[in-house]
Design a protein around this ligand. Structure first.
Ligand code: NBP
Length: 476
């Protein structure tokens, strides 16, 4: 009998996705470049299940019911192009190829065009939730050929996580739309993690709490508006002792954050589209700065800085920090959604922003209580230009801003770096400023480059001669 679907790539994600799909009643044929892994998988976790092994791509395509559906779960980048190149001669018009890895959306656009020429229907699918999600229900962000999506919608809905009974699997639009939404998910994830890390830093260095006390703070926060997977696991992490030293495990971990590049892609896209996303960008920079461990150790000796201990009322500081974290989090989501909006327009995807909030409610790393509010905001007004202007979030920001300012001001005085909390506040303040000093920038540009400026009192472009006499060449 033929298998329902093929899957290429048996690393953690591929194995778990194959098991998830099989559990939902579909038969799966699997292939991995290194055949021993396939053998090991079939003899181990896949034993006794409706999974068939293939040891070459022609063998894999031969095992599949037509039109064939093949999922790629290999390393993003060149491996995806290699596999597509090797598969293509064995596919027919109408077959469906799904790239479920973290591919860059521009690659997905390019592959989509190439495969369309061969009549192969292509889907670029963002899968979030790590290994656990892949096995038990990920959040699935789909883009590409809509006919192919309809063919596979049933499978996606069965294997996805659920939130309030609704599967977290949505189709977002043609070619790279799904991978773009996944990229923004990861950008927001970087920002969320950095904001939490800065809050932990303030609790530790400014307030002087012990790990177990901090765990309690995060546990309490997780019962309110900040309720989210990342806050929840932060509380668990802080409470975990190191088995060897007996000290909190988190204190035994080197302070150098690594990255795989999806945060960087989000910043690149923000620059490309001219959409400000400072919280996300600062989160990526912060990982870069953390990597400079040796330099930081030396600089710590060179620049002693102020005493980091906060002298004021601790309880008030904790309440202000909770507000700061919540407000900055709203800013980072506002930036992510502004990017989705701009990209949807630039690439012709007509992204449904409310669905983006809904697809992240379960199964993925940024799942959080307040996504329901974001979905509501864009459900009510699909044309909302910035999330901060939605009445619900407007009220929250107005309420949180006093504490947020106090925390950022204190951090500056105490010499504790809070790039994401601070840049969020600058984003907020810049956005709510009707008259920015950009008039001066325009004047400077016109002065040295005759770039022209617009006037506040009448339409048109203007240039003035700023200097009485242009100095002659060689006369500087
Ligand atoms: P990896 O990203 O580590 O990729 C390993 C797989 O790619 C193996 O099956 C490997 O085969 C295969 N592969 C490579 Br590498 N080069 C290949 C080539 N030239 N031709 C054919 N196969 C090749 O695996 P992963 O962590 O399971 O992630 C899979 C995808 O899912 C990635 O795009 C990742 O970014 C994405 N993702 C991962 C997570 C996560 O938590 N890990 C979460 C969400 C999304 P081999 O066995 O022969 O070396």
């Amino acid at each position: 009998a033929y298998s329902d679907i093929g899957l290429v790539g048996l690393a953690v994600m591929g194995e778990n996705l194959a098991l998830n799909i099989e559990r939902q009643g579909f038969s799966v044929a699997v292939f991995n470049r290194t055949g021993e892994k396939t053998t090991r998988f079939l003899a181990g976790r896949a034993r006794g299940k409706a999974l068939a092994a293939a040891y070459s791509l022609p063998e894999l395509t031969g095992l599949l019911r037509r039109p064939r559906k093949i999922m790629l779960m290999v390393k993003a980048g060149r491996p995806v192009d290699e596999i597509i190149g090797q598969l293509l001669p064995h596919l027919e018009a109408g077959d469906i190829l799904l790239d479920c890895g973290n591919s860059h959306f521009e690659d997905t656009r390019r592959r989509n065009a190439r495969l369309a020429q061969a009549g192969v229907l292509f889907l670029g699918v963002g899968v979030s939730g790590g290994e656990e999600g892949a096995l038990n229900g990920p959040s699935i962000m789909i883009g590409g050929n809509e006919e192919a999506y309809r063919e596979l919608a049933g499978l996606f809905n069965r294997i996805a996580a659920r939130a309030a009974g609704t599967p977290c699997a949505f189709y977002f639009g043609p070619d790279g739309a799904g991978h773009y939404v996944k990229m923004i998910h990861n950008g927001i994830e970087y920002a969320d993690m950095q904001l939490i890390a800065e809050s932990y830093h303030l609790l530790k260095a400014a307030v002087g709490l012990e790990a177990e006390e901090m765990a309690e703070v995060f546990r309490t926060w997780n019962e309110g508006e900040l309720e989210s997977f990342l806050i929840e696991i932060t509380a668990e992490i802080l409470a975990r002792p190191d088995e060897e030293s007996g000290r909190p495990l988190v204190e035994m971990i080197r302070d150098q954050a690594e990255q795989k590049g999806t945060g960087k892609w989000t910043c690149q896209s923000a620059l490309e589209l001219g959409v400000p996303a400072p919280t996300i960008t600062e989160a990526v920079y912060a990982r870069g700065l953390s990597a400079l461990k040796a330099e930081r150790v030396e600089a710590a000796r060179a620049f002693p800085g102020p005493n980091p201990r906060y002298a004021g009322d601790k309880e008030k500081f904790l309440a202000a920090l909770r507000d700061a974290l919540y407000a900055a989090k709203i800013c980072s989501y506002a930036q992510g959604f502004a990017l989705l909006r701009a990209a949807g327009q630039a690439y012709g995807w007509e992204l449904d922003l409310s669905r983006a909030a809904l697809v992240w409610r379960s199964g993925c790393i940024i799942r959080a209580g307040f996504l329901d509010r974001i979905a509501e905001a864009y459900g009510k007004s699909p044309g909302l230009v910035n999330l901060m202007l939605d009445p619900f979030f407007r009220e929250r920001l107005n309420r949180a801003q006093a504490g947020w300012r106090r925390v950022v001001a204190s951090a500056k005085e105490l010499g504790i770096a809070t790039p994401a909390l601070s840049s969020s506040l600058d984003y907020f303040d810049g956005y709510r400023t009707a008259d920015l000093p950009a008039n001066l920038i325009q004047a400077q540009r016109d002065y040295f480059g005759a770039h022209m400026f617009e006037r506040t009192d009448r339409p048109g472009k203007f240039h003035v001669v700023w200097q009485d006499e242009v100095q002659g060449a060689g006369n500087n």
